[in-house]
Design a protein around this ligand. Sequence first.
Ligand SMILES: [Zn+2]
Ligand SMILES: [Zn+2]
Length: 358
Amino acid sequence: MRAAVLHETGQDKLEVHDDIEAVGFGPGKVRIRVRATGLCHSDLSAMSGVLPQPAPFVPGHEGAGEVVEVGEGVTGLTAGDRVVVCWLPACGACPSCRRGQSELCLAGFMNAGTPNFRRSVGDVFGFAGTGTFAEEVVVDAGCAVPIPDDVPYDIAALIGCGVTTGLGAALNTADVTAGSSVAVIGCGGVGISAIQGARLQGAAEIVAVDPVRTRREAALRFGATRAVAPGELADAKQQLTGGEGFDYVFEVVGRSTTARTAYETTRRGGTLVVVGAGAMDDFLQLNMFELFFDEKRILPSLYGGGDVVRSYERTIALWRAGRVDLDGLITHRVPLADINEALDQMRTGTALRTCVEI
Ligand SMILES: [Zn+2]
Ligand SMILES: [Zn+2]
């Protein structure tokens, strides 16, 4: 089957090969024919080395498809089921799962050193244990979450990462209050989803911050009340909050510089939500006086900060009711053969989400 492979960390192009097979099928596993996958910024971060990931590997962790084969002992799934590929499955038994914080379950990372694919020339890993830039993946049964028949694969794929992450940051982690002021720094697919979440919660002011004009325009369509370039944020803070700062600021970039800006843009006693996936050697500096005296709450949000399967169900309900726009997030579509085009659209910020049809 075909899959797109990054040969060495730091390279910026993928190569589509057709001599690759998904390995590891057996008890407790599921084989999925991937139908659609979104390109998430974390894929680029894994390629560049910002996020840890052994190479060579198949990127892609935001996918959906059809179950083709179910291993021994798997219950609740049969061939033909439509599923979202969940890169952070919950085991249901560890202390985090038992506390109801299944987003902190590490079960999905237990196989991190095990290759997911094989080529004639050697082993290939899958990003975050999945690797959805492939026609087929073999994953733990917990990574295959069934979806209703009315959810198209391209929409289901978005729910697999970006939308769950952004909406969850606003609904689960921040639990934005009605009438509040919000700023969202970074307006790709995840940031736009955070904006939609803040709107759903009834935020009065939602300021979108992004250097790319098309993304600022998109943010306004998705519920931002104002959209500014990074250099205009200080003015917006002055005008909208009297200089005090916003009740909630979402950092959706994953860099210490934007996190520092986000901290300074948050009002005293307000909430900074850290959504962006950053590097292990990028340190955020806070002084001990401001940390205690300004009483700003810093809330990291991993994969939407809540029960993942419940978050999927909630998103589908909101989408069906027309309360969140997921279709509008897909600005570009490419076949797997043109995957490098999709990477460029993500790098330049022209795409909110590119759907790769597989
Ligand atoms: Zn667990
Ligand atoms: Zn992602």
